[in-house]
Design a binder for this molecule. Structure first.
Ligand SMILES: Nc1ncnc2c1ncn2[C@@H]1O[C@H](COP(=O)(O)OP(=O)(O)OP(=O)(O)O)[C@@H](O)[C@H]1O
Length: 209
């Protein structure tokens, strides 16, 4: 599904993360690591949002640096703490993402229903609570036809019912062939998310456990 080859991320002169050589088959991966270990750095690199040295290859042929548009169409990303222009409504953001990502595996209206977000998407983002904002960011991460969805702390600020809805959604989309990399402090497997593997970020290096 995704392969890393001699990946290194520096902030200035300081090495933040190294992934020497790692090849992951399709599945659901839990990315673990202490605060400041490099989990967000890893997801941002994989989302094509940070420059780095080395190679990230999706589906054996799509190089994140050489084919950035094709790559970003197939990799979706939900940040830990979403921020959007306050004057835009949720619906406007959904329309924008739909235009860039193309036809979806799940309809946006259904996603809004599943994530209990439909009642407020017509209002500007600036009026949302942190949980409402989080639900919108997760909805956006499921739009289009991705091969891989990166979720950075997807469960923070969600109410209990929406956490269960997220678990169901992950399972449902995974059954359609989509892979996930998820950072969270929840025990995913105990909560019904079948893990393919665990990735550990420690000592500025990411390895598969
Ligand atoms: N823009 C930046 N400039 C310089 N250093 C940065 C920058 N962003 C992150 N870092 C550093 O890179 C390291 C990894 O940070 P990162 O945010 O990836 O950690 P994390 O594992 O996601 O942490 P947390 O669990 O606290 O969210 C930290 O030492 C951090 O200080």
């Amino acid at each position: 599904m995704i392969a890393f080859n001699q990946v290194e991320k520096y902030y200035g002169d300081v090495l933040a993360l190294r992934i020497p050589r790692l090849s992951l088959e399709a599945g659901i991966y839990w990315v673990q690591g202490a605060n400041g270990a490099g989990k967000t750095t890893c997801l941002k690199m994989m989302a094509g949002l940070l420059p780095f040295k080395g190679q990230v290859l999706l589906s054996g042929s799509i190089d994140s640096r050489k084919q950035p548009v094709a790559y970003r169409k197939k990799v979706n990303y939900a940040v830990a703490e979403p921020l959007y222009p306050e004057f835009l409504t949720g619906r406007e953001l959904i329309a924008l993402y739909q235009r860039t990502k193309g036809p979806g595996i799940i309809d946006a209206k259904e996603l809004a229903q599943v994530l209990h977000a439909e009642s407020y998407l017509h209002t500007p983002v600036g009026t949302y609570s942190s949980g409402m904002l989080k639900k919108l960011s997760l909805l956006l991460a499921f739009l289009g036809n991705p091969s891989l969805i990166l979720l950075d702390e997807p469960l923070i600020t969600l109410d209990a019912a929406t956490v269960q809805a997220m678990y169901s959604l992950i399972n449902r989309v995974h059954a359609q062939g989509v892979s996930f990399m998820i950072t969270t402090h929840q025990a995913l497997e105990e909560d019904g998310v079948p893990l393919t593997g665990t990735l550990q970020v420690a000592g500025k290096t990411m390895v598969r456990l």
